[in-house]
Design a binder for this molecule. Sequence first.
Ligand SMILES: Cc1cc2nc3c(=O)[nH]c(=O)nc-3n(C[C@H](O)[C@H](O)[C@H](O)COP(=O)(O)OP(=O)(O)OC[C@H]3O[C@@H](n4cnc5c(N)ncnc54)[C@H](O)[C@@H]3O)c2cc1C
Length: 321
Amino acid sequence: MPDIRISVVGAGVIGLTCAVRLAEAGYPVDVLARDLPLETTSAVAGGLWTPYLAEPAQAVAGWARTTFAELARLSTVPGTGVRMQRGHFLGPARPDWAAALADVAPMHATVDPAPGHRSGWTAQLPLVDMTAYLPWLVERLQAAGGSLTRLPLVALPSRGLVVNCTGVAARALAADPAVRPVRGQVAWLTDPGLSEWFVTTGGEQTTYVLPHPGRVVVGGTAQDGDFNPVPDDADAEHILARARALVPKLADAQVISHRVGLRPARPEVRLETELRPEVTVVHCYGHGGSGVTLSWGCADDVLAEVEAVKSGSYQRVTREI
Ligand SMILES: Cc1cc2nc3c(=O)[nH]c(=O)nc-3n(C[C@H](O)[C@H](O)[C@H](O)COP(=O)(O)OP(=O)(O)OC[C@H]3O[C@@H](n4cnc5c(N)ncnc54)[C@H](O)[C@@H]3O)c2cc1C
């Protein structure tokens, strides 16, 4: 039975998934977070399994493949908020990750999938309702003996074993200027009865329409280096116009709210262990626009890092990147 107490800092999808994996492996786990799960960037995510704005490609494909399998399994478990849902990438070219992940996410070409789009690619992918999924992860963590506490920290804990899942805040907490925000704004609309998702590819700005129970998430923006957490009126107007042009059924849908999240972008996801004299930190941040998509794969690697630290055999167990 593992006997190291672990502090996971961060209660977004990355922190909670790592915490669940560690707690279910038998470690005592305390999650500490400034923002509770439904207040995080993770709660703003559209929830579609799709690699976006994350590197390096080979490791991302591995983490995404593992996560696909786990989310597909969870789609059969009531109450998780995870569904397998058909939808369309709009544009002549397949997404750049499609070939590497064709084994789990095969696609077929379609004609006239949406107004203004002569061609596209249809796929059946995990679609996660984050407002249900994050609370479900918390319950799963607590069932495994873990805890969640609101605690804004000015620095990472200085003793013991710490898993750093602080997203864009790692810029300060891990003194890592390579992490930067890529601001994303979305609107939540009432659901006019959509059954498929739509994502544009290849253009200057990605537009997406993602149906969830009781609401549709439409987006978006990708504003590099922008820390503004407040919804912007001009962005909102532009998002609504693009989404309604893509899916005319949204014309009469009512706006429920506008939301902003800061994607933690980094040249490469940081998943590695830092050994300091009094504290060992396993870093897991920098997932860009793919935190949901990579979550279970990364959590497995975090568990492997912790096991290596515990056994005293730590050198570098993360895959070569
Ligand atoms: C508009 C939008 C749409 C997206 N859509 C998708 C999608 O469809 N699919 C997908 O895979 N990804 C999507 N993403 C990306 C995804 O949301 C992120 O990759 C993911 O949320 C990152 O998760 P995280 O747990 O690392 O960070 P976060 O969710 O930001 O969580 C960070 C945690 O660290 C805590 N923390 C920070 N500082 C401190 C401190 N000082 N003390 C204590 N705690 C602290 C925070 O309070 C929070 O709990 C989207 C993002 C946006 C913005």
